[in-house]
Write a protein that binds this ligand. Sequence first.
Ligand SMILES: Cc1cc2nc3c(=O)[nH]c(=O)nc-3n(C[C@H](O)[C@H](O)[C@H](O)COP(=O)(O)O)c2cc1C
Length: 172
Amino acid sequence: MRTLVVFESMFGNTERVARVVADEFARLGPVTVLNVDDAPSTLDAFDFVVAGAPTHVFGLSRPQTRADAATRIEFATVTGRHGLREWLDIVSPASPDCPAATFGTRAAMPRVITGCAARAARRRLHRAGFRMVGKPGDFRVSGALGPLIDGELVRAGAWARELTDAVAAVGC
Ligand SMILES: Cc1cc2nc3c(=O)[nH]c(=O)nc-3n(C[C@H](O)[C@H](O)[C@H](O)COP(=O)(O)O)c2cc1C
């Protein structure tokens, strides 16, 4: 199974989760990890798509929230050109029924207060025609910039392993 793990990340936290997720998917075949800045809009080369993003203003980032993020650090943001929201507007599955899953990062507060990028991305991928697999992966950072809360990368690995186990059992 050829997997694409595509991530948006301002400060590097969602990228760290993406790389842990990619390591788990590598059990099932080749994995390509791409910053959404560099992600293709045509997905013929992949059998499974996993997409991740930080939560901004209760959902997926917008140009204004990414500009806001950029003012909070003295180095360049990891993702700079566009966000997952914009990429999801232009991608479509390579074949009908292409499986996909989403994950996101957010502040370490109750989800009803924070919102959840993973859920927003899931709705958009579903609307674009992907077959959504598993529950959204939802991982917490401390403060606005991170780092990830202790144990969240372990949880991310476990989340991805649950997905790969399900795929290995039934195919994709
Ligand atoms: C402009 C902006 C808006 C944010 N809005 C939210 C929010 O509504 N809910 C939340 O849980 N976290 C919010 N955050 C915190 C981000 O979720 C956090 O920065 C992100 O998870 C870090 O991941 P990254 O390093 O991959 O960008 C916001 C951060 C920024 C910069």
